[in-house]
Design a protein around this ligand. Structure first.
Ligand code: BDR
Ligand code: CA
Length: 311
């Protein structure tokens, strides 16, 4: 199985991404590192433990990482995800422990302990933990197999400012360093993830699954749908973060281009923008596979088949 570390800020769509990974024997989840993003760190780490207990996987280590971006105040998104970050269903207080080790140290130690090129990082929140690990231990950078992240936007432009997507906007300096790191990147931007919209039929199917995880996913996506409905008039909730895991499982669900992507850190209006050279108008070296489209029907078929395997 392919070894991964998920770095996350749950988040209803983060939760579905974690469940999809747990349901997939092709992937070995070495641990989950948590970052501040959708809500502050104390909530995102608590939510992560709730999700793992829901899936009966308290054996997966959860490490809290950075409580805020590298050089600015934390921006959160309670208006999208609710006060808890995981509104939609009331889950019990977790009993599994939070690991003592800091998330950044877990990333560093794991990359040093595992064979080079065998661990893939899957960041689905702001990139603070990853960039901090790279700054502190540059020797690990060339040991990373790949980074498959949710973030950015090009044709769809921004969801938090007119130019920027939330995960990149929250910590643009971290994003800049990760995009410049030389690690092969796969980027799932809003352009693709806004196509990953739940349908009423799919939510009903989740609610009817004879397990605990299916109805939880239905309740989360029901809640999550409200914001995008009001804001974009879109039908359904965009399952942004699960696209990263789906890409690892079935890359042929996606199409994109291998291009250069730079992060704007000093724009008057555009800080946090992923400046994607889609048309190849610069000489800058390609650093990312930038995904443009997803096959929605096959994505949701995959999710249905996998989530039904969970407790
Ligand atoms: C991203 O921001 C968060 O709100 C979601 O969990 C996703 O990771 C989408 O812009
Ligand atoms: Ca997220």
């Amino acid at each position: 199985a392919r070894k991964i570390i998920i770095d996350t800020d749950p988040g209803q769509d983060d939760a579905v991404a974690i469940l999809l990974a747990l349901a997939s024997p092709e992937l070995e989840l070495l641990g989950v590192t948590v970052v501040a993003g959708n809500v502050p760190l104390s909530r995102t780490e608590m939510n992560t433990r709730k999700i793992l207990e829901l899936a009966q996987r308290p054996d997966i280590p959860v490490h809290a990482g950075c409580a805020g971006p590298m050089d600015r105040e934390l921006v959160t998104a309670e208006h999208v995800h609710g006060q808890s970050g995981l509104d939609g269903i009331e889950l019990p207080e977790p009993t599994m422990p939070l690991q003592e080790q800091h998330g950044v140290d877990f990333i560093i130690d794991t990359l040093r302990a595992q064979p080079a090129d065998s661990v893939t990082l899957v960041p689905i929140g702001p990139l603070t933990n990853i960039a901090t690990a790279f700054r502190r231990a540059p020797d690990i950078i060339t040991r990373v197999q790949q980074i498959v992240l949710m973030g950015g936007a090009y044709f769809e432009v921004g969801n938090v400012t007119p130019a920027a997507e939330f995960n990149i906007y929250v910590d643009p300096i971290a994003a800049k360093e990760v995009f410049a790191s030389g690690v092969p990147l796969v980027v799932l931007p809003l352009d693709a993830t806004h196509e990953a919209l739940t349908s009423a039929e799919w939510i009903a199917e989740m609610r009817a699954l004879p397990n605990r995880c299916g109805p939880a996913v239905a309740s989360w996506t029901d809640f999550f749908e409200r914001y995008d409905k009001e804001k974009y008039g879109s039908k359904g909730a965009p399952l942004h973060d699960p696209c990263t895991i789906a890409w690892l499982l079935q890359p042929d669900l996606f199409t994109g281009r291998h291009i250069n992507v730079e992060i704007e850190t000093q724009g008057e209006f555009t800080t946090g923008m992923t400046v994607a050279d889609w048309w190849g108008v610069t000489e800058r070296t390609p650093n990312a596979l930038f995904i443009r489209h997803v096959d929605r029907d096959r994505l949701f078929a995959l999710l249905s088949e996998r989530l039904a395997r969970l407790p």
